[in-house]
Design a protein around this ligand. Sequence first.
Ligand SMILES: [Ca+2]
Ligand SMILES: [Ca+2]
Ligand SMILES: [Ca+2]
Ligand SMILES: [Ca+2]
Length: 293
Amino acid sequence: MNGDGRPDLYVANDLDPNRLYVNEPADDALGFRFVEQGHTKRVDDPNAGMGIAVGDYSGDGRQDLFVTNSRGQLHAAYRARPGDLPYADARPAFVGALGQQYTGWGASWADLDLDGSPELAIANGAIPVTSLAKDAQRIRVVSTDGGTIRALDTGPSEPRNGRGLAVADFDNDGDPDIAVNSIGGALQLFRNDGAKGHWLEVGGLAPGAVVTVTLPDGRRLVRELHAGSSYLSSEDPRAGFGLGPATRVSALPDQSRCTSSILSSEAQSAGVSVNAMSALNAIEMARVAENCR
Ligand SMILES: [Ca+2]
Ligand SMILES: [Ca+2]
Ligand SMILES: [Ca+2]
Ligand SMILES: [Ca+2]
């Protein structure tokens, strides 16, 4: 959360305010302690927090927070700011696209159309569940292009009593796909078809690792690898990037403690050959990660 290389904990906390436990060094056998800073950093939303999505929707390289809440409450959204500044309240940017009629659960950022800007997918389902049919709600997806949050058409998806939501490129064709589990319903697997952009998938790194991809126009895409985010779910262990029309990028994995390791990997990325690029990068990234241990 504060970019110091020590993993922190952010907790969506249902009936209590969300908590932020910042990891600080301690002079004892454990070597660290957690200091609660939810209020100080202004991320202590008191609503019915369920799922957490972490991603840089604002495009400044800093990881922002989105937390799903219940019907009638605004979902919590926090934009990271530089240095020690508290997070900015980004709820007003999202409410126009998401409204307050849905109860949100799992949530994940992913660049679904591979254009270099992330989308946010949210599983929904009303509570308390009194009727599986009546309480079912559709998955929602918003785009963030140009800093404006817009609702996207999710097509003819069946409403479900959605809970967990996980993003992974399950068919390994470069675009992120979405799985949603639900109460009293079958798993939904949304295969992503038609994304036009080029892409890069970086594997072989541990959760907490940060990968930065620099596009030819200088724009930086920063992804942090997570395990167990969203809600009752976990993500693809690879970091996926949509590159838009770019066919050459540089990628830099950074595990923070590893300040002496620098990798600038340039490779061709076009059409099907991008798979070879991903494999090449995965090997190089794994080597850098090994050096960092
Ligand atoms: Ca930290
Ligand atoms: Ca950001
Ligand atoms: Ca996109
Ligand atoms: Ca896919």
